[in-house]
Design a protein around this ligand. Structure first.
Ligand SMILES: C[S@@+](CC[C@H](N)C(=O)[O-])C[C@H]1O[C@@H](n2cnc3c(N)ncnc32)[C@H](O)[C@@H]1O
Length: 289
């Protein structure tokens, strides 16, 4: 949805833009092309490793680009340290990157065996290992239900607690096998992998994703200049709901004008080329004033 994002951000040369989830720099490079030669891009990511990839990808734009290791929930402090008081656009491309998913040692994927980690920020205090092996059964069940919208959360939590009595659950494969074992046969035949929802749930909990998004959206809108735009690309319903409700509330307060009545979805060609885009939803809004 690169083109749609470009269209909605409506950038001009000289703009100051924040990419809150710079990742490997895919969207940032397009932004830089539009705001060059005088514009500035501030690219934030909480994954130090991925920032290295962005640095390489954005080579040649060093003068226009500042990459910051940090959490987007601290966008106000990050910009304050750079002496930036107002911005012309802000973008969020939420969730994990394919680089993180494909690195088995980061422990995000049930398709690759690796340590049960799931921290986007390697300096983060708690990993999925800590949650799975230490939390009480009720808390595990709550996480799986709330963040994974998994109806069999209690069964999965019970089996996790039973299995961890034997030994620590320390790999992605071990967790995926437990989840599969806890589900009824019919569910195991569904199109999505049986562990999808549970892995999503632990990832959200480990990285405190929903809270960070709530906090950051408020701050980002506060930093936007009147007439400038915010775009959010989300990949699961919990995030999208937060964005939808936040935009609606701010529109009622006459702070934002929502530009996407319904979220934009990827087209058939993009879905074919990039399966991850199937669940993508793009919402955009403009600051009033
Ligand atoms: C889907 S990827 C972004 C991909 C990027 N737009 C690109 O084109 O390469 C999401 C990125 O956001 C980062 N991220 C997620 N939550 C974050 C947060 N709260 N603060 C900072 N970075 C975050 C992840 O580490 C990941 O690199």
């Amino acid at each position: 949805m690169t083109e749609e994002i470009s269209e909605y951000l409506s950038l001009k040369p000289g703009n100051i833009v924040v990419d809150c989830t710079v990742g490997a720099g895919g969207h940032s490079i397009n932004i830089l092309k539009q705001i060059a030669p005088a514009g500035r891009l501030i690219g934030i990511d909480q994954d130090e490793e991925i920032l290295e990839l962005a640095r390489r990808r954005l080579k040649g734009y060093e003068k226009n680009c500042k990459l910051v290791y940090g959490n987007f929930k601290d966008i106000d402090t990050i910009l304050g340290q750079l002496n930036i008081k107002e911005i012309d656009a802000v973008l969020y491309d939420l969730g994990v990157s394919s680089f993180q998913l494909d690195s088995s040692e980061r422990g995000f994927s049930f398709l690759r065996d690796g340590p049960l980690d799931m921290r986007m920020d390697k300096n983060g205090q708690l990993s999925a290992f800590d949650l799975v092996n230490n939390l009480p059964k009720e808390e595990i069940s709550r996480i799986i239900f709330k963040y994974g919208e998994e109806r069999y959360s209690r069964r999965i939590a019970s089996l996790i607690v039973e299995k961890r009595k034997e030994h620590f659950i320390s790999s992605t494969k071990a967790l995926a096998d437990i989840v599969s074992g806890a589900l009824p046969r019919g569910r195991r035949r569904e199109k999505i992998h049986p562990a999808t929802r549970t892995f999503q749930a632990f990832r959200i909990a480990v990285n405190n994703e929903l809270e960070a998004l709530q906090i950051s959206l408020n701050k980002a809108v506060g930093l936007l200049r009147g007439g400038s735009r915010i775009c959010v690309l989300s990949f699961q319903s919990l995030e999208d709901r937060i964005v939808k409700n936040k935009f609606r509330d701010l529109a009622r307060e006459s702070i934002l004008k929502v530009l996407t009545k319904k979220p934009l979805r990827s087209g058939p060609q993009e879905r074919k080329e990039n399966p991850r885009s199937r669940s993508a939803k793009l919402r955009a809004a403009e600051k009033i004033g």
